[in-house]
Design a protein around this ligand. Structure first.
Ligand code: CDP
Ligand code: CDP
Length: 235
């Protein structure tokens, strides 16, 4: 049994490359299971947006350290989603998903100082979920099952083939260099994009969103039943 489950609170980690369906799957799971959803990509995007506004280059050094030391991370719960509030401001979705942020976010997210600046905040989201009466937390990103919550009750690694992912972004009307981002994300030294050894891999190239959400909910029920059986084993 994992630590979170023993407290009657579940954590689901969803990782995967760009446009693999992480956020929409996590939103669906949060809606059906009454969990809080946290999209950690928005954290790196919010930091990148601010760094770009201050004219910073994605490079370690005193300027980056000063910038990071001046950031105050808080959450604003809206429905089943915890939005990042950075220095008293919830950045607009359009701003954090702009072409400029798409192009720079992976370079900033690869910097160890940036990852360290968000790590504690991301782990604190389990407490935010509990305080707001949620039954669990579903967090999506690149390193949730490997670094942020290595003890998560369920880890899912989403995949979709390259043409499906490119078509999804095109449909959303975004200019996005998803191949470049995936390459930087999976080859960086700190917390690279990778499936945890105990993650369930789901290729959703040909599975509609509802089907993936149902599968994650089924896996979650299976884990809960397994944990209950562990608690009261039959002789
Ligand atoms: O939505 P999409 O998959 O396009 O990206 P995102 O989840 O918003 O993440 C944007 C970028 O943030 C990624 O390409 C990574 O560089 C970084 N990221 C990360 O390094 N670690 C995470 N846990 C989440 C995002
Ligand atoms: O968060 P991430 O970048 O991994 O992907 P997303 O923003 O959740 O999904 C990208 C697009 O793919 C959205 O328009 C989803 O509706 C769509 N999608 C899909 O068509 N089928 C799935 N199984 C999952 C997502």
């Amino acid at each position: 049994m994992t630590p979170y489950m023993s407290e009657g609170f579940q954590i689901v980690a969803i990782d995967g490359g760009a446009a693999s369906g992480k956020s929409s799957t996590a939103r669906g799971v949060a809606g059906a299971a009454h969990f809080l959803h946290v999209d950690t990509g928005s954290h790196y995007r919010a930091v990148t947006l601010r760094a770009l506004a201050e004219g910073l280059e994605p490079r370690e050094g005193p300027a980056l350290d000063r910038f990071l030391a001046g950031l105050r991370f808080e959450s604003e719960v809206r429905g089943r989603c915890a939005c990042i509030r950075l220095n008293d401001e919830v950045p607009a979705r359009a701003d954090i998903r702009s072409d400029a942020v798409n192009a720079a976010v992976s370079a900033f997210a690869a910097l160890p100082a940036v990852r360290e600046a968000v790590r504690a905040y991301q782990r604190d989201q389990a407490g935010v979920a509990r305080q707001h009466g949620f039954k669990g937390l579903v967090m999506d990103g690149r390193d949730i099952g490997t670094v942020i919550f290595p003890d998560a009750d369920l880890k899912v690694y989403l995949e979709a083939d390259a043409s499906t992912r490119a078509a999804r972004r095109k449909e959303e009307g975004q200019t996005d260099t998803i191949d470049d981002r995936d390459r930087i994300d999976s080859t960086r030294a700190t917390a690279p994009l990778a499936a945890a050894p105990d993650a369930v891999r789901i290729d959703n190239s040909n599975i509609p969103l509802e089907g993936v959400v149902d599968e994650v909910l089924r896996l979650l029920r299976e884990r809960s039943a397994g944990a209950r059986a562990e608690e009261s084993p039959t002789q």
